[in-house]
Design a protein. Sequence first.
Length: 406
Amino acid sequence: MVSHMSFLGKMFKYVSLNEVLAIINASLKPLGTIKVDIRRSAGYVASSDIKAPADIPKNNISLVDGFSLNISAIKSDPPIKIPLCKEDRVTSRCAKYVKTCEEVPSEHNAVVPLEVAKVEGDNVIIFKRIELNENILKRSSDVRKDEVIIRRGAKILPQHIRLLGELGIEFIEVFRKPRIAVIPIGDEYVSGLAKEYTTYTLCSIMRNLGYLSVHRLGPLGDDVKAILTSIKELLESGNYDVVVTVGGSSIGLKDFTWLAVKNLKASYSFRGVKIYPGKTTSFVGNGDKAIVVLPGPLYSALCGLIFVLLPSLRRLEGMSSIRADKVCCIGTLLRALSFGRFKPFSKVVYSITKVEEGHIYVEPFDIMPHSISQPAKANSFILVDEGVDSIPKGSPVEVRIVEGIF
C-alpha cells in the first residue's frame, strides 16, 4: 500500500510558459564579462553595443575591374575615346585603370567595366554610356562611423568577424558562457541495471549550441541527501553555474530530486510547467546560479530543455531574447489532433514538415512521452496553446524549430 506521506513536498504548482520566462528573467542575471579575440568570438554574446570606429569604405571604391573617370569627360555618345592618366598625374579629363575594391581617385565619379572598354595606345575606348557613380561604392555607404554594428545581447556570428576585422577591432567584451553540470538520477543507473542515454543527448545538444563547458557527471541514486549534497558541492565549488538533473522529477515513491532541490536557498523557483510532455520540469534560480530539474524520458526532457533549460542558459550568457524556439513557417495540418485531459496545458507535438508542389504540409506524431524515435524522426514541432483540446485536419499551424535540435 502506497502512503500519502510519500507525496508530501513533491506536488506540482504548474506555471505557464510565459510565467517561466518571467521567472527566469527575474531570478537570473548575465554572468561576468571577458575579453576575446574577434577571430574566436563567434557564439559569444556582446556585453555592450559595439560601434564602428571608422567608415566602410573609408573612401570611394570600385565595384569592378575597369577604368575610373569623370563623366564630365564624356562629350558624345559611345564609342568614346578618353586618354589614359599618366602614372603620376590623375585629372578629371583622363581615365585610370582600377581593380575591384581599389580606391577611386577623388577626381573621378564612375567606373567603366573592362568588358565594355578597350585600350588603344594611350587611350581607352568606351563602348557603353556610363552614369554618375556607376560601379562605385561610396564612402561610408556600407558602414558609417559610430554606427552600432552589434547590439548588446546579440550573438556574435561568424560573418561579424570579417566586419570587426575590417574596422580594425581586434578584441571585444562579451558575456562569459555558463558552465554546466548534468547529472542522471536513478538507482538503476548507479547499479548498472539500466543504461542511460538522455543526458548524453542533452549534453550533445548544448555543445552543438556553443556551450562547450558541459560535463556529464556520474549518476546519483534515489537519495535526497546524496542529491542535495552533490548539487550544493557543485555550485559552491565555483566550477559550475548551472546544474541539470535528469530523472526522479515526478511524485513517485522513488522520485526525490525536487525534495532535494527545494531545500536550496533561492530567490525564485517553480515546481512544474504547464507543458505536455515535460510537465514535471522544475527550476530554482538565484542570480548567477540555476538548477533545472528535467524528467528522464527523452521526449519530455527535450520539452524541458527547450522551454526552461535553454532560456536559462540564454539569460546567463546575456542574450536579449531568451526564448529558444521560433516559428519558421505556416503549414497545413495533415491529420486531426485531440488532446483530452491535457487541454489545460500547452502541448508539444513533434512533426515532419515537408514541401510538396509549393505547399507546406505538417505531418504530426501522436504525443507519446516515452517515444525515443519521434524526436529522432521529427524536423519540427507544433506548440498548441493552453485550453485547446483539438485541431481539425487541414488547419493552418505554426511550425516551430530550435537551433541545434530541429
